[in-house]
Ligand binder design. Structure first.
Ligand code: IMP
Length: 427
């Protein structure tokens, strides 16, 4: 198998963590390329549940994991997550984890600013995770943010931090009683720098070295393609590029290194936070999907909005990401439905359209046009062999493949690590 990049092809929470865990045995290195601790990758192994936000899922199988330059790292959260894993007997050291010394540092005031904007200032919320992701990426693009290597020299760190805090305090003074204390943040950073720096490295140099020339890479995306800052439902998006192309940028490797692209989709659709969602079902079957699928955010605990599978949205995701094949998760959640719908076209006024428009204003006027399939009304969660899947489940999968024009190579039929069926070779 070539290198592989795994991305969520809806609005996040598609079950990427589980699929990375399932496949990473075949790879030497697992690499995280964007986002921060807004992500929530869940892996269930018997009675143990792991929810990783900033650490790559490959750590659970003790793979060498690498965090790229385009990731925003809250160093306090990072160390906490390492401690939580330690309690579950997974030991994280520089032997199994490296972070790019170019990665941006997310500081406590980033989440403060995020929350003030969401809760006090904005009439139209984005519905962020409140973890400071947007403000931290803004600081990076504005060239005032801190990088991991800034922790190396305390005097240099002081200068960079002062500049950053002065900038934010101008805003904070005008909207809040809370301003940022330079001494407080400096003290915090000084207290953890020696714990962070051993993980820090020029990862591009490492991955391009001879030692790594024959190693197999699995790139692990976070969030979903519809939350991509350039191609998603802007402004209701996250602040990073979730598309696979950004993996090469983040890790500093040749674009061809990202290999094949595997998109992860749920057998229905969910979204957390605000923004357009053409197939959303606000009551009845939407609530049933939420209940059966236990659709609550793994990071914020917020209920997820639910709706039927949207093939028009998925086709857009396939295009922007160059998806070669798909993994379809949570098919067992559809077990009890007598009828199952798939949106195959959109209606915009009197027109029928086959693509998902970029403009949110237009998207808000979209009405889904559905194909209705008979449900299989059978328990699929205990099935281990693809040949034993109900005929109507196979029909559902075939219909999706036909509409999307890509193969479905894996299905996941329950939360446990082993609730997974390989259908085809991944391409
Ligand atoms: P932010 O990434 O916290 O700035 O949030 C921006 C948008 O992305 C909000 O709608 C969030 O709910 C959504 N979001 C961020 N991370 C995730 C995730 O891991 N899963 C699903 N939605 C997410």
């Amino acid at each position: 198998m070539k290198n592989l990049t795994i991305v969520g092809a809806q609005w996040g929470d598609e079950g990427k963590g589980k699929i990375v865990d399932h496949l990473c045995g075949k790879f030497d290195v697992v690499l995280r390329f964007q986002g921060g601790h807004n992500a929530g990758h869940t892996i269930v192994i018997k009675d143990k549940k792991f929810i990783l936000s900033i650490l790559p899922s490959g750590l659970i199988r003790n793979k060498l994991c690498v965090i790229g330059s385009s990731v925003v790292i809250d160093p306090f959260h990072f160390l906490n997550e390492i401690n939580l894993l330690k309690k579950k007997r997974i030991i994280v050291t520089k032997e199994n984890l490296r972070i790019s010394n170019n990665a941006s540092i997310l500081l406590p005031f980033h989440s403060l600013i995020d929350q003030i904007r969401e809760n006090k200032l904005s009439k139209k919320k984005i519905g962020t995770t409140g973890r400071g992701i947007g403000p931290c990426y803004e600081d990076k693009i504005a060239r005032r943010g801190l990088k991991i290597y800034d922790l190396e020299d305390i005097n240099h760190l002081k200068n960079r931090l002062k500049n950053l805090i002065n900038f934010h305090n101008i805003f904070l003074k005008s909207v809040s009683k809370k301003i940022i204390s330079f001494n407080e943040i400096l003290k915090l950073l000084v207290s953890i720098r020696k714990k962070i720096l051993p993980f820090s490295e020029d990862v591009s140099e490492l991955l391009n070295s001879k030692k790594f020339s024959n190693k197999k890479f699995l790139f692990e995306g976070a969030q979903g393609l519809m939350l991509d800052v350039d191609h998603g439902t802007f402004p209701f998006v996250t602040s990073s590029n979730t598309i696979p192309a950004s993996a090469a940028i983040s890790l500093g490797v040749k674009p061809s290194k990202i290999g094949n692209i595997l998109g992860i989709v749920k057998a229905y659709t969910t979204r957390v936070g605000e923004g357009p969602f053409p197939t959303e079902l606000r009551s009845g079957q939407g609530l049933e999907l939420a209940k059966k699928g236990n659709e609550f955010g793994s990071v914020t605990g917020r209920p997820r909005r639910c709706g039927w599978f949207d093939a028009v949205q998925c086709k857009k995701a396939i295009n922007i990401a160059g998806i070669d094949s798909l993994a379809l998760t949570k098919i067992d959640v559809l077990d009890g439905f007598k009828k199952i719908k798939i949106c195959h076209k959109y209606k915009l006024g009197k027109k029928t359209i086959n693509h998902m428009p970029n403009s949110v204003k237009t998207l808000n006027r979209i009405k889904p046009d559905y194909l209705t399939l008979d449900g299989w009304c059978q328990n699929t969660s205990s099935i281990k062999n693809k040949n034993l899947l109900p005929k109507k489940t196979k029909q559902f999968i075939k219909t999706l493949e036909k509409l999307l024009n890509v193969p479905i190579s894996i299905i996941s039929n329950g939360p446990e690590r082993n609730d997974i069926i390989n259908l085809k070779k991944i391409i």
